[in-house]
Design a protein around this ligand. Structure first.
Ligand SMILES: Cc1ncc(COP(=O)(O)O)c(C=O)c1O
Length: 472
């Protein structure tokens, strides 16, 4: 297992033309080799055998559609800090981080200790316990929109709770979502995430395109789809549906279609329109929460929604989500008017992880967020220069703790239609080439930073990226 740099004599031999010399590279590229045609290869014998077995027992060989890739999916053996190791012993600098949760890196000691200690005291109470009150109190202190809290397990559930609450509070049925935004895999919102353009309708009045066969479509008017970063379109659609919209839901920084920040003043306009129409504004902070700031994108961008949902980074790698919001709205749950339940809600082990994670994020905020932003900016700059040097048209954009690489000539990407013009097939090839070189990013070109990423990780990644660009 290449967990520490192997001695020079242990480097792969055979058809290796040029192995780089720095020790981190030697370590990460052990087990990989450059073929005579210049391509990098990884040994994936164990992974391939496991995948063949997996396909016999797991539908499609995976447990989430997000893990389907061309070729053999990553079979992880273990992870630590900024690194992953697969079952073949290949080591990767990891920018997927469990699709975002591991904001402190894999296995932060504070979280591991808290989880182990709680597991020994009981794993499933389905009853009240002290830590959930402490975590709710900290959420109310950290998150601008949090007057009251309810816990769930995963993001999709928290979104479901938020939408039901918005309907129960307003007595209205319809929801407005934005094209390109993802709010989980449940039927009411799995529309128009990455729709085929020939089905997507006009850019300023997109069609609601279902995401899957078998989806319950609901009544056509219950879901309105709007282009993002477009105030006139939102104004027009809200007027068209006046008196019907319970909520407008959005990712306040769009991270499921590139990593797109709202235009200056956009969120304020959305908030203003929502207030004018008596519609609740919901921020889906499943990705941005605790990643952009201890109070999420709403703290970072200075706009406070009525309701918000959190998940992923809030428990440092364990599965906890939360619905938070204005006390008078959340009171519809307090009184039992709007139903909210779940066997695993405020799961003691998950809550222990959340308590430890939030303590670190709050008490060491300068160090953690300083690293997330500085390291993210360094990596973005390195990738930009590598692309410029290689002559590959590329846009590297986003806040830093999360960002996107796009293969495109465009100088900005502001919404789904812009994203759809980028060369997504090239990004998929780049993803595969990076895996061969010891770098794991989200296949669509998204990069998550953690406070465990080091300057050496960044330097290694930029070198690997420069090399991988040669394959495009
Ligand atoms: C913005 C956003 N909302 C909701 C979800 C759904 O969360 P989960 O996969 O935990 O159900 C995701 C998942 O990636 C997400 O990115």
């Amino acid at each position: 297992m290449p967990q520490s740099p192997p001695a020079a004599g242990m480097r792969p031999q055979g058809p290796v033309l040029a192995m780089p010399t720095p020790s981190l590279r030697t370590c990460l590229w052990a087990g990989r080799a450059r073929r005579l045609d210049g391509a990098m290869t990884r040994t994936l014998d164990a992974s391939s055998r496991m995948y063949a077995d997996a396909r016999r027992y797991l539908a499609g060989g995976v447990s989430s559609d997000a893990r389907r890739v061309d070729g053999v999916p990553l079979f992880v053996d273990h992870a630590k800090g900024s690194r992953l190791w697969d079952v073949d012993g290949n080591e990767y600098v990891d920018y997927v981080l469990g699709q975002g949760p591991s904001v402190l890196g894999h296995c932060p000691p504070e979280v591991v200790e808290a989880v182990a200690a709680q597991a020994a005291r009981g794993m499933a109470y389905s009853a009240q316990h002290a830590a959930e009150v402490r975590v709710a109190e900290r959420l109310c202190a950290l998150v601008p929109s949090a007057g009251r809290v309810r816990f769930n397990t995963v993001g999709s559930e928290a979104v479901h709770a938020a939408l039901r609450l918005a309907r129960g509070y307003t007595g209205r049925e319809a929801i407005l979502k934005f094209e390109g935004h993802y709010h989980g895999w449940l039927d009411p919102v799995l529309f128009s995430v990455h729709p085929a353009l020939d089905a997507a309708g006009p850019a300023d009045a997109p069609a609601a395109v279902p995401g899957t066969a078998g989806q319950q479509l609901g009544r056509p008017d219950d879901l309105v789809v709007c282009p993002w970063n477009d105030v006139p379109a939102l104004r027009r659609l809200m007027e068209e549906h006046a008196g019907r919209l319970a909520a407008v839901i959005m990712e306040p920084v769009l991270c499921n279609t590139g990593a797109i920040e709202p235009d200056s003043g956009y969120l304020e306009e959305v908030q203003h329109l929502c207030r004018e129409h008596g519609t609740l504004l919901i921020f889906d902070e499943i990705i941005t929460g605790f990643r952009l700031a201890p109070g999420g994108a709403q703290e970072h961008l200075g706009v406070t929604p009525d309701l918000s949902v959190f998940g992923k980074a809030m428990a440092g790698g364990m599965q906890v989500s939360a619905l938070v919001g204005r006390a008078d709205v959340m009171d519809h749950i307090s009184t039992g008017k709007v139903a909210h339940a779940g066997t695993f809600n405020s799961h003691p082990v998950g809550i222990a992880a959340a308590e430890a994670t939030l303590r670190v994020l709050d008490e060491r905020r300068d160090e953690v967020y300083g690293t997330l932003y500085a390291r993210g900016a360094e990596l973005m700059e390195g990738l930009r220069s590598a692309a410029a040097k290689a002559g590959v048209p590329m846009l590297v954009d986003g806040p830093g703790p999360v960002f996107q690489t796009y293969v495109t000539e465009a100088s900005s990407v502001r919404n789904y239609r812009d994203f759809a013009t980028t060369d997504r097939a090239a990004m998929t090839r780049l993803h595969a080439a990076l895996l061969d070189r010891g770098v794991n990013m989200v296949p669509r070109g998204l990069w998550f930073m953690s406070s465990a990423h080091t300057e050496a990780d960044v330097a290694f990644t930029v070198d690997a990226f420069a090399d991988a660009l040669g394959t495009l």
